[in-house]
Design a protein around this ligand. Sequence first.
Ligand code: TYD
Ligand code: MG
Length: 446
Amino acid sequence: MTRQKILYQCQSCGYSSPKWLGKCPDCGAWNSLVEEERVSGLVVQKTASPVQLSEISLTSGKRAGTGIGELDRTLGGGVVMGSVVLIGGDPGIGKSTLVLQALDGLSTLGKVLYVSGEESPEQVKLRAERLGVRSESIILLPETSLEGIISVVEQIKPKVLVIDSIQTIFSLEISSAPGSVSQIRECATRLMFLAKRHGIPLFLIGHVTKEGAIAGPKVLEHIVDTVLYFEGDRGNPFRILRAVKNRFGSTNEIGVFEMTEKGLREVDNPSQLFLSERPNSVPGSVVTVALEGTRPLLVEVQALVTTSSFGVPRRTAIGVDYNRVNLLIAVLEKRLGMHLGNMDVFVNVVGGLRIDEPAVDMGVIGAIASSFKNMPVESGIFTFGEIGLSGELRPVSQAEARLKEAVKIGFKKAVIPLGNSRSLKAQEIEIIGTGSLEEALQILFF
Ligand code: TYD
Ligand code: MG
């Protein structure tokens, strides 16, 4: 009698164990182990032969433009032939819309195949109508079985393949349910081999779980070449496409979109957009410049400082690092004598943006001080700079690019670190360089 090959696999990280466990020892998730059939090895590949690095020609690095500039930039300059791109995001954020628009651009290459496991052809057609996508080269396949998809691909040989979404696809050779780790891993791997063999780009759409990770995240992120996250508030039309892994480009790049009734529109000037609803002369609002990849973005940082009604004051940071905000509050207390010990402090970056850069320290600290003192900052003024623990203002990278962006939007005055202002050429903006936080805040509040 042959023993049944059963193993228990964690649905959030892919850890496997021969017996059931209540808690995954790898990722710590509770009750996440599910009985699955053991998958015996992957497709056996032809054994590779060694080659000289200098002899390798770069034919596989060919790229194709999607016709969506923001998407191309996030990918590192178009999609690489034979690469696998995973697009993750909350349901309803616009993933299907984005790929359909991209397929329209890519259909200039020839036939492109859109596999929809979630929506009926009529639903996809309705969306295409709405988006004005009329290309005759887009072929729709409402299919969820992996074997079915592979046979269609072998038959029609498309130039691009889209799977919407990977969680709905299942292989008949594996008994576990669609969406489980072993199904996702097996399907993604076999689709990857298929794409590499045909030298076509493969887009996989993946859902994000409540905890904010693509289901079976570790499994998928290893397999694919590029991981893009589509972020944004559903109540807010702005969407940000962020590269979190990219074998063919930078991971700092972002693309900014606006969801309109005719689909996603690229935003050429995000700074303008993020500042468009800024209140005039209200305490607690400061404009700063963050660098996202190679691109400077003007953002508004808001803070609200109120008397705490509980023993322990609350600190909330949305869009910036929580620990960094606590550090800046400590600097304000110790170096400038502001008593924030019994105050609740809320900090928010407007527009749903997330910034991870010390250059916005000045924006955060300026907003907190402005709200604490109840004094507004002049509207034509902006600031950036890193704050040191002794209350000094430290220079940041790419000051010139940051200033140029602000000049474009019409800012008149900049309060920046002395270390940066010294090395700058004359600009069409009044630049005030200072080395101390105290002085910088004095200039911000007249
Ligand atoms: P969709 O691409 O279906 O999201 P996902 O595939 O990520 O689940 O888009 C969902 C939302 O976008 C839906 O709530 C409607 C909205 N939408 C627009 O506002 N304008 C449009 O042109 C389209 C196609 C969708
Ligand atoms: Mg969808």
